[in-house]
Design a protein around this ligand. Structure first.
Ligand SMILES: C[S@@+](CC[C@H](N)C(=O)[O-])C[C@H]1O[C@@H](n2cnc3c(N)ncnc32)[C@H](O)[C@@H]1O
Length: 217
């Protein structure tokens, strides 16, 4: 395989998307309403949602922590992968996003399974009890990912599942200049995650790169 052939192009991503379960009418409507409310179109792709749902099902996850709710799209998708009694607690800094997400979660098939916790991830996570989650998804401000990871590792038992978005730095992980703040923060986190002794992780080339890892003893 040449370097050229090895590159995952937009066409490859489209090929994958065409063979992956897409959004149902409710999620399409949610996205249209989010557009109208001027909420940015920065949610995970349907293919990444399916990938995470499958990982959550295989893991047998019952209680997920998310940092970065936005419109509630990923939280609703994750909640759909949990068994009866499962829950997603999703943390959001912006009231506008939290208000929108709460409204749409309440209308969804997983109302009662998803709770929006308002505030900064760095303030909310330390208040969550040890043992109260078995999976997490990091998808907010990149500079704080190392703190979010350590907090989630504190909360989750050994075997806990870590997922973190944008490991490929918005497609620019290899090309962005060293002083690009967003991509630099992702590079720092990727190196931090890779060096973690008690996490067995890998970047899956799904969406913009999704870290998947398991907490080890
Ligand atoms: C990429 S979006 C999340 C997308 C969502 N996970 C999805 O795929 O449907 C990032 C969200 O994180 C929120 N955010 C940014 N900084 C934050 C912080 N310090 N604490 C909590 N949320 C934050 C933003 O307001 C935004 O809604």
């Amino acid at each position: 395989m040449t370097d050229e052939e090895a590159v995952l192009t937009r066409r490859h991503l489209e090929y994958i998307a065409e063979r992956t379960k897409g959004d149902d009418p409710f999620l399409i409507e949610l996205k249209q309403a989010a557009d109208k409310a001027d909420i940015p179109h920065i949610w995970i792709s349907p293919a990444q949602a399916s990938f995470m749902q499958i990982i959550l099902k295989l893991h047998g996850a019952k209680s997920v922590i998310e940092v970065g709710t936005l419109a509630g799209y990923s939280a609703i998708c994750m909640a759909r992968a949990l068994p009866e009694g499962g829950r997603v607690r999703t943390i959001e800094l912006e009231d506008k996003h939290a208000d929108f997400a709460e409204e749409w979660i309440a209308k969804s098939d997983v109302a009662g399974k998803v709770e929006v916790l308002r505030g900064a991830g760095t303030d909310v996570l330390p208040k969550l009890e040890v043992g109260s989650a078995d999976a997490c998804f990091l998808d907010a401000d990149k500079a704080n990912y190392p703190t979010y990871l350590d907090e989630c590792l504190r909360i989750m038992p050994v075997g806990g599942l870590v997922m973190a978005d944008n490991a490929l730095g918005f497609g620019r992980i290899l090309t962005a200049p060293a002083d690009d703040p967003g991509v630099s923060a992702v590079r720092r986190f990727n190196d931090y995650m890779a060096a973690k002794k008690n996490v067995h992780g890998v970047i899956a080339p799904v969406g913009d790169g999704c870290w998947v890892g398991v907490k080890e003893a």
